[in-house]
Design a binder for this molecule. Structure first.
Ligand code: TRP
Length: 442
């Protein structure tokens, strides 16, 4: 496909919402609160915020800029950045990483669908089915994962501007409003205060390098970094957009949602504990952390009586859409490569790639205890930050500084005089890599 036939996002707001849509998902409502509760609360929050703004944000700008400059899929984009050094293998590793991420992501996203449908089924009086949909089993996990993947395939097959943009533009702000309402409600429940304390009052005895590594992985996961997702989205971006500003808006929006989700989930954990649900072990570790959010939230909705059913339905529906806008951004990475590198049609690329992902996902479901956490760790704690490190090194060392400047200037005419340009090039070249290596090798 020639570069001038690429689809582009039709409005700036649409892009911010699509990129924010990619960023906002299970990472915010499932990953961040669980990690925060597991790592001592407020200290994790503080380190996470530092990681987002000091590490992830500069790399987000780099990924978006590479994509928009090259106007191509990640393989070709990296070739274009540095024809001399063979760096397109990084794109191949990214494709593997993002496919593995989607394989576990689809399982959890499927659970959201299960909770959503179970509400309707309950209204029909089919309590056994409702129970089946919300109870862990191989058959349920398989069915719901496949439904979620089919939805993802449907949107990705229909192309960028149509599919992604429309979905995310209206619904992400609505999700924010719903979170705020639920947060206000949870504060009225007994037990909430304890969760709030844990979330906001730091106890620095929890500080450790392991915590920093977890926070770094979570920041990369939440901003969809280090697997070329944002590079692909950047390539669909028009030349007149101001990349640093857009990246900052996306990072702030995503972090705000994670912060509010924490404000909701941590107190909700303690409220649930008050209501007899076991949350923490004797030693203070979270029990069953992977599935915890799915125990805590239904408990919260149960305390609301009949209105709980309505709120829960809206909540799960919006969350399904939020995870869909994330999963389509993952599937888009291998699909964009297959379309342009293998000369395939979009529907063929979507089909065979999804079949592979569904297969991997099924293997994980069959061996959940052995494989699930392993894949989560492998991809989010190691692969994403390490590929992110390479992206920082590539943009800092291999990409001609003048070309970077010309590209950024297209949407930000006087960037040369800006504070951003005084800091960012050196930052991404030296400080980011050193910082990341320090954390890793400790
Ligand atoms: N950031 C999304 C979330 O928080 C998930 C996501 C979308 C993602 N694209 C990604 C994670 C690419 C890692 C890599 O739920």
């Amino acid at each position: 496909m020639a570069s001038n036939s690429r689809n582009h996002f039709s409005s700036k707001f649409g892009f911010i919402m699509a990129a924010a849509g990619s960023a906002i998902g299970l990472g915010n409502i499932w990953g961040f609160p669980t990690q925060t509760a597991n790592n001592g609360g407020a200290v994790f929050l503080i380190i996470y915020l530092l990681m987002v703004f000091l590490l992830a944000f500069p790399i987000l700008v780099a990924e978006l800029t590479i994509g928009r400059y090259a106007q191509s899929n990640p393989i070709r984009s990296l070739k274009k950045i540095s024809p001399k050094w063979k760096i397109s293998w990084i794109a191949i590793i990214s494709i593997v990483a993002v496919s593995l991420i989607l394989s576990f992501y689809a399982i959890i996203a499927g659970w959201l669908i299960g909770y959503f449908i179970s509400n309707g089924v309950k209204l029909l009086g089919m309590n056994n089915t409702a129970n089946w949909l919300t109870t862990f089993s191989i058959a349920r996990n398989l069915m719901l994962m496949i439904i979620f993947m089919l939805l993802t395939m449907l949107v990705v097959r229909n192309g960028i501007a149509n599919g992604i943009e429309k979905c995310s533009t209206y619904l992400m702000p609505l999700l924010l409003v719903l979170f705020i309402i639920m947060t206000i409600y949870i504060f009225t429940q007994s037990g909430a205060k304890e969760g709030l304390k844990m979330y906001l009052i730091p106890d620095f005895s929890h500080l450790s390098f392991n915590l920093a590594i977890s926070a770094m992985g979570q920041a990369f996961f939440s901003l969809s970094l280090g697997v070329c997702t944002m590079m692909v989205y950047g390539s669909y971006l028009k030349k007149d957009t101001n990349l640093p500003t857009i990246a900052a808006q996306v990072a702030i929006f995503d972090t705000a949602i994670a912060f509010i989700a924490g404000l909701l989930i941590l107190p909700a954990m303690f409220v649930a504990q008050n209501n007899g649900v076991q949350i923490f072990s004797e030693s203070g570790k979270l029990l069953h952390s992977d599935t915890l959010v799915f125990k805590v939230l239904p408990n919260l909705f149960n305390t609301m009586g009949t209105s709980g059913l309505v709120i829960s339905s809206i909540f799960f529906l919006l969350m399904i859409i939020a995870t869909l806008t994330s999963s389509i951004s993952m599937l888009e990475v291998p699909v964009s490569c297959a379309i342009e590198e293998l000369n395939q049609s979009r529907s063929i690329a979507v089909t065979w790639i999804s079949v592979i992902i569904i297969t991997i996902s099924s293997i994980i479901i069959w061996n959940f205890n052995e494989l699930f956490s392993f894949f989560v760790q492998l991809t989010t704690v190691y692969m994403q930050p390490i590929i992110g490190l390479f992206i920082a090194l590539i943009s800092g060392w291999l990409w001609n500084r003048n070309k970077v400047l010309q590209e950024l200037k297209k949407g930000y005419a006087n960037i040369q005089e800006s504070f951003f340009w005084k800091i960012w090039p050196i930052y991404i070249k030296i400080i980011c890599p050193i910082f990341m290596l320090l954390i890793f090798f400790h």
